[in-house]
Write a protein that binds this ligand. Sequence first.
Ligand SMILES: Nc1ncnc2c1ncn2[C@@H]1O[C@H](COP(=O)(O)OP(=O)(O)OP(=O)(O)O)[C@@H](O)[C@H]1O
Length: 316
Amino acid sequence: MNVLTVRGLSVSVRDTTLVSDVDLTVGAGERVGLIGESGSGKSLTALSILGLLPEDVRAGGSVRLDGVDHELVGADERRMSRVRGREIAMVFQEPMTALNPTMRIGDQLVEAMLIHKTLAKPAARTAAAELLERVQLPVESLRAYPHQLSGGMRQRVVLALALANDPALLICDEPTTALDVTVQALVLDLIVRGVVDRSSALLFITHDLAVVATVCERVLVMYGGRVVEAGPVAEVFTRPRHRYTEGLLAASDLDTTSRRLTTIPGNVPPAGKFPSGCVFRTRCAHATALCEETPPWSGSEARGFACHHPAGGEDA
Ligand SMILES: Nc1ncnc2c1ncn2[C@@H]1O[C@H](COP(=O)(O)OP(=O)(O)OP(=O)(O)O)[C@@H](O)[C@H]1O
């Protein structure tokens, strides 16, 4: 079953077409990456799905969401505001754009649940504390204002807000790009755990192929406003069919020669099935030891990924 079905999506401004003929599906609980160089149309695609395009920019084609009986392209604001934050939630690059600077974090979390009538007030208060705990923030953060938190903490609050109503689909657009490298891996890990725990689907937009190799099961490659290649991550990253994808891979940290994939630091388990003979490397949670594991894994087995460093999983 597909949570999201996008067919023939186009985006244009005046007589210039910026995105053409994009077909994209995300299955229930599936994690899909959308990659491509700057300006390839990734963000416009996401904004079209959310009905958040600027006024002078028009979308055409079809965007359907399972369980929502109307077309999202061209839907009015009243209808879209019921979908946003409830059926589809989003995390953008800059957390302050999603937070109200004048409201305490706890009140913002409670409000997110009350707006969509997910919970009544007393239960929402309890749920807000639990949400913060899930993103590894101290419960005292409930009383904090956004400016009192670091960038990484704010992005974790945004993630908690996004997950507050158990969305069927979470869209993340470069969610860790603005963060200090030391907290990027933690936020990525929390995103994956957040969607896996709720069986939510994930559409993850990034220009970082290593992140996609770590987080996603399937990937779509955009170039010049079009999807030029799509398939399971292991297939696209080891046997790319499009020259542009080959170029992206060559310019990335991923070492695809001899079918080796090298990923970013982080303790996020690898997703998807990789061909046998392909070695997956990741830095363990303690970030100094390089661990190796030999696939194939299935999505669920991948959750059991463990550090096999000779030092027994501790720093060397
Ligand atoms: N409001 C707008 N008016 C005109 N052109 C726009 C507008 N918004 C985006 N564009 C153009 O559309 C193209 C695609 O933009 P988009 O933001 O989707 O790219 P992207 O792949 O997300 O890039 P990045 O990784 O840098 O965010 C770019 O050439 C951009 O300059």
